[in-house]
Ligand binder design. Structure first.
Ligand code: LHQ
Length: 263
């Protein structure tokens, strides 16, 4: 069985973390498979949205701790190297892909698993799912962007409570706090996630990609800088065939037929 299941849909791809016996914890093989699948989806013009989920009862339990066990290593491990080689490039890749990435959190998301989910653009979670900053339980620091993402999404008070206690946060509470977009009934999760990616597969992809870029940049920009950025990105969006199609369809009172292409 492949550690990552890859299923092509009509205009989108579904990537399913597939190591259910260890709650889809990341080993190097899974990192390699996910990175290359994301790079392929990013480069493929026919792929206009990505859905990330997990197989079995968990979304992902973070790093496979069996693979980074100090007791079986020669001296103290350099976990910074692990972040530099595997987790940081993954988070940067997710954030840089200019197509919507939907994460369907089907069960527990712990450690890096939680923060990889939170790096995605739209996070839907099954009501039974929990988000756990498990790092606190093993003497580590939240990684995979967690200290940044939590602070930006829910503020310092809640970020600290989650990160310092490692308390599980239920999906509904996560949605109320603005950590994720929506909590949905367990049996509706995949249907809702698939509806979203199918919608994105027919959307004006370049405009959505530029929107993702602008919203992400907002965290570090002043309003003044952001206004300049919006001007530049709108210039780019306005030159796409999808803008012309969107306006034509509106004026013709018909549904637009977006190509998702740059030119
Ligand atoms: C696992 C794991 C796991 C291996 C469950 N590894 N087997 C970056 C840089 C480098 C190094 C360090 O880490 C990082 C980033 C990180 O992600 S650090 C945080 C790592 N993750 C954790 O600390 C979470 C560990 N897991 C748990 O706390 C629990 O498993 C949760 C709360 C996720 C789920 O609890 P339960 O539902 O009670 O399931 P379980 O504990 O019984 O787990 C089921 C199986 O999965 C079990 O194996 P077994 O053979 O006994 O059935 C676990 O050993 C295995 N598993 N997480 N991370």
């Amino acid at each position: 069985m492949a550690v990552l299941d890859i299923e092509e849909g009509a205009g989108f791809v579904i990537l399913t973390l597939n190591r259910p016996e260890s709650l889809n914890a990341f080993n190097e093989e899974l990192h390699g498979a996910l990175r290359s699948a994301l790079e392929k989806a990013s480069a493929d013009d026919a792929c206009r949205a990505i859905l990330l989920t997990g197989s079995g009862r968990a979304f992902c339990a973070g790093q496979d701790l069996g693979d980074r066990n100090p007791a079986t290593m020669d001296g103290p491990p350099d976990l910074g190297e692990t972040l530099e080689e595997f987790y940081n490039p993954l988070i940067r890749l997710i954030r840089s892909i200019e197509k919507p990435i939907v994460c369907a959190v089907n069960g527990v998301a712990a450690g890096a698993g939680a923060n990889i989910a939170l790096a995605c653009d739209l996070v839907l979670a099954a009501k039974s799912a929990r988000f756990i900053q498990a790092f606190a339980k093993i003497g580590l620091v939240p990684d995979s962007g967690g200290t940044w993402t939590l602070t930006h999404l829910v503020g310092e008070a809640r970020a600290k409570a989650l990160a310092l206690t490692g308390m599980p946060l239920g999906a509904e509470q996560a949605a109320e706090w603005g950590l994720i977009w929506r909590a949905v009934n367990d049996d509706a999760l995949m249907k809702e996630a698939l509806t979203l990616v199918a919608q994105f597969a027919k959307a004006p992809t370049v405009g959505l990609g530029l929107t993702k870029r602008a919203i992400q940049a907002a965290a570090d920009n002043t309003l003044d800088t952001q206004l300049d950025l919006e001007r530049d990105l709108q210039r780019e969006a306005g030159r796409t065939p999808d803008y012309a199609e969107g306006v034509a369809a509106f004026l013709d009172k018909r549904k637009p037929n977006f190509s998702g292409r740059r030119g």
